[in-house]
Structures are given as structure tokens and as C-alpha cells.
Ligand binder design. Structure first.
Ligand code: HEC
Ligand code: HEC
Length: 396
């Protein structure tokens, strides 16, 4: 009997552990979450500057609520299966971990990796090639691209929203008017600008003066990032905040390297057939069942200026631990691979930015640099995810 009661206690203990684990780590109040989101988007989190809200689209609770609903609504795609949030998944850092390049409706491929929505409100150029300047207009791209949500036209989405009764009061509350293309953009803009995440251990140390917030390795990594590595020349750290991007376009040597690999594929490639089970397979066989990778000329596709070939926008490095895989086509799955690429001096192909050159880092220096990059993740991500999922998608 003592054994029995002991196992009962153990069972109770395990159940209570299980319950604790199942608890969401952040409670979000369905009544007041948008108040908190609005306050956040008007605040200045540690390490970040104030969000530049457009003068003609100041954020309000009603716009943020409407924007969140639109972001999660699968009816906004041609066959009513795909929402914005399916490529920008809150639980996956508002990007997509499984896919190096995104996949739209009916399995159609996109040549680029989904960027994170975290801190997107700070960017003055959107997309890897910077082809759109504003969140108020950017959304028309995915809504109408044939390989994303594939709507026949933007007007089609506006009339759909005007036909859905549940949206009528939401547009009325936010704008005192019915759905229009401009108003959809304003709501999505206000919502996405509220998805901010600063206050990382690095911020707490560097801007907050808390010496204990990061390890000595991360501090040494910071010295490499701003010194020997030359990383902060493009991934900027300012006096009072750090966006880790200069919002400019550069040829890191990566785009051209990937194009060379595309044109000269290896005879065989490793294919993961089950978790941890990798087979080396004949490349022609793999190609026969997959879509041929498209060329990607980066910024050139926007400007048609030859010097812009292979240039891509400098991405922020905040929250990298939750936004793999990396680079515009998601070919690097780990930060170790990215650091190895920079350490070897990029691809060294003509046109590469001279700031990317062999760094000759020691093993410890590479690990320290990675530890520093890992210290840029905000502790607020669970709360942002819980907030994004505050209501079930209302489209079933
Ligand atoms: C099929 C997957 C997919 C869907 C659906 C999708 N996106 Fe994206 N999104 C991407 C990809 C891929 C990119 C990068 C494309 C490029 O650079 O050419 C991107 C880029 C963006 C960017 C720019 C981010 C940056 O760092 O520049 C924003 C903002 C964005 N998407 C918001 C949205 C919104 C809002 C919707 C819904 C209306 C949406 N996305 C639907 C895959 C998707
Ligand atoms: C000349 C400017 C420049 C310098 C210097 C530079 N980067 Fe970058 N970095 C970029 C650009 C541009 C990209 C995007 C490349 C692409 O997607 O093809 C990028 C991408 C990255 C990424 C991938 C981020 C993501 O979300 O996909 C990481 C990580 C990174 N850089 C870290 C570093 C580190 C560490 C250093 C220093 C060793 C460094 N960078 C130096 C411009 C630069």
C-alpha cells in the first residue's frame, strides 16, 4: 500500500507538472489585448527607437483588431485556404521554419524565404529587394501574386470583405466606413507595426547597463561584431538603439554564389527522407520531381541597374534564434553556416562588397560571435504569439 500511495503522489506530481507545462506562458485578455498592443506600438522598447507611424495612419485599437483578423483570415485567398499568417507563423517567429522558400496556394513555389513580421514597422523598404516602401501598399503583392494567395484582383478582395457581414462593424469602428483597398492596408499596417520585440539580453546589457544580462562570450562576440568582423558596418548599432540594418542593398557574394550553384548543380545532393535520416540522391532524379529553382537577381529586379545585380536588403539580426532558415532563399539553416560563410570571405566573386573578406576568426571567436547573435532575441515573443492567437480564426 505505501507503494501505491507513493505512486499516487508521483502521478499527482506529474499531472501537475504537465498542467504547468500546458499553461500558456503569457496570459492575454481578449477584451484588452488591443489596448496593450496600441500602447506598445506607441512606446519605445529598450534597444529600439519609436515606430515611425505614417501621419495619415495613426494606430488605433480598432485598426489593430481589424488588422489582426485580416492577417489570420484564410478566406482572403482564391480558394479560401491561405492566410498571411500561414507564411508568417506567430509560433515560428512570424516566419516559417519548415521551408527555405515559401509555398503559396495549391503548392505553388516562391523563390524567396518568408521574412519575419517582427519589427517590420521599422523598415523603410520592404521585401528582400526593397520593391515596396510601405505596409499600407505591400499587402497587395501577396493577395494577388499567383503563387501566394492568388486572388484574381485586389478589387475582388475588397468586394469579398464587403460581403462578409462580420467585417462591417469592424471597418465601421476603425474608419467609420465600409471596406476599401486603402482601409485594408491601413489596418494591416497598424497591426503589423504593433508586432515589435526589443528588450533582448543584449539591449539590457548594452543600452540598459545590466552587466549580468549577457555572458562574457556574448560580450566578446559583440567586440568581434563591431571590430574584426566588420558586421556593424551594415548591421547598424546606433548610440541609443540598434536596428541591425542600414536599410540598404549589398552584394555579400551570397546571391551570385547561389546562382553559380543553380547553374552548376552537383551530381548528387543530401535529401532528408525522415527526421535524421539523410540519403545522398542523384540530383537529376530530385530535379525530375521538383520545381527548377529560378534565378534571383535581387535589387536589379527592381531597378534594372546592372550594378544592383545580386544586391539584397540588409536584414535585421534581432530575434534570429526564432527566424531560421537564413538569407533571402533560406539556404543556410543555422547561424554557424552563416558565420562560416562570412569568415571565409563570402564567395569572393566579382562585385562582392569589399567589406566582406576573409576574417580568419579562431574557433572561439566564431562561437563568441554566434553567442552574441543569440543574445538578440526578445523575451516578449511568447506574449506576442499569444496575443496574435487571441481569437480563433473566424473562417471555418
Ligand atoms: C505564400 C507565403 C506568403 C503569404 C501567404 C504571405 N506572405 Fe508575406 N512574404 C512572403 C515572402 C516569401 C516574402 C518575401 C518576398 C520577397 O522578398 O520577394 C514576404 C514578405 C512580406 C513582407 C515584407 C517583410 C520584409 O522584411 O521586407 C511583409 C510586411 C509581408 N510579407 C506581409 C504579408 C501580409 C500582410 C500577407 C497577407 C496579406 C502576406 N505577407 C502573405 C511570403 C508570404
Ligand atoms: C556589406 C554589408 C554587410 C556586412 C559587412 C555583413 N552583412 Fe550580414 N547581411 C548583409 C546582407 C545584404 C544580408 C542578406 C543577404 C541575402 O539574403 O542574400 C545579410 C544577411 C545576414 C544574416 C542572415 C539574416 C537572416 O535573417 O536571413 C546574418 C545572420 C548576418 N548577415 C550576419 C552578419 C555577420 C555576423 C556579419 C559579420 C561577420 C555580417 N553579417 C556582415 C549585409 C552585410
Amino acid at each position: 500500500m505505501p507503494r501505491f500511495s507513493f505512486s499516487c503522489i508521483m502521478l499527482g506530481f506529474l499531472i501537475s507538472l504537465g498542467n504547468t507545462a500546458a499553461q500558456p506562458s503569457c496570459e492575454v485578455d481578449p477584451e484588452s489585448w488591443s489596448k496593450a498592443a496600441l500602447q506598445r506600438s506607441l512606446s519605445t522598447p529598450l534597444g529600439l527607437p519609436p515606430i515611425p507611424h505614417p501621419a495619415d495612419n495613426p494606430p488605433t485599437r480598432a485598426k489593430i483588431e481589424l488588422g489582426r483578423k485580416l492577417f489570420f483570415d484564410r478566406r482572403l485567398s482564391i480558394n479560401r485556404t491561405m492566410s498571411c499568417a500561414m507564411c508568417h507563423v506567430p509560433e515560428q517567429g512570424f516566419t516559417n521554419w519548415e521551408l527555405s522558400t515559401a509555398i503559396g496556394v495549391e503548392g505553388r513555389s516562391i523563390k524567396r524565404n518568408s521574412p519575419s513580421i517582427l519589427n517590420v514597422g521599422y523598415l523603410s523598404t520592404l521585401f528582400h529587394d526593397g520593391r515596396d516602401p510601405s505596409l499600407e501598399t505591400q499587402f497587395i503583392g501577396p493577395l494577388t501574386a499567383r503563387n501566394e494567395m492568388a486572388n484574381p484582383s485586389a478589387g475582388h478582395v475588397v468586394s469579398l470583405l464587403n460581403s462578409l457581414l462580420e467585417y462591417k462593424p469592424l471597418f465601421e469602428d476603425a474608419f467609420g466606413a465600409h471596406a476599401s483597398l486603402d482601409r485594408i492596408g491601413m489596418a494591416l499596417g497598424a497591426y503589423q507595426r504593433s508586432v515589435m520585440a526589443g528588450n533582448s539580453p543584449f539591449d539590457q546589457w548594452h543600452f540598459g547597463g545590466n552587466e549580468a544580462a549577457v555572458s562574457d562570450a556574448a560580450k566578446r562576440g559583440y567586440e568581434i561584431f563591431t571590430g574584426k568582423g566588420g558586421c556593424s558596418g551594415c548591421h547598424l548599432i546606433e548610440e541609443e538603439y540598434a536596428l541591425f540594418t542600414d536599410d540598404q542593398f549589398h552584394d555579400t557574394g551570397y546571391g551570385q554564389m547561389r546562382e553559380n550553384e543553380r547553374q552548376n548543380p552537383p551530381s548528387s545532393i543530401p535529401v532528408q527522407v525522415a527526421p535524421g535520416v539523410v540519403h545522398q540522391m542523384d540530383f537529376s532524379k530530385v530535379l525530375s520531381v521538383s520545381i527548377k529553382r529560378e534565378a534571383d537577381l535581387g535589387r536589379y529586379e527592381v531597378t534594372e541597374v546592372p550594378l544592383d545585380r545580386w544586391k539584397f536588403r540588409t536584414p535585421t539580426l534581432r530575434n534570429l534564434t526564432v527566424t531560421p532558415p537564413y538569407m533571402h532563399d533560406g539556404h543556410f539553416s543555422t547561424l554557424t553556416e552563416v558565420i562560416r560563410f562570412y569568415d571565409q570571405g563570402g564567395s569572393g566573386l566579382p562585385g562582392q562588397d569589399p567589406r566582406i573578406h576573409p576574417l580568419k576568426l579562431t574557433g572561439t571567436e566564431r562561437t563568441d560571435l554566434e553567442t552574441f547573435l543569440r543574445s538578440l532575441t526578445s523575451p516578449d515573443l511568447d506574449c506576442l504569439t499569444a496575443e496574435a492567437r487571441v481569437e480563433q480564426p473566424d473562417n471555418y
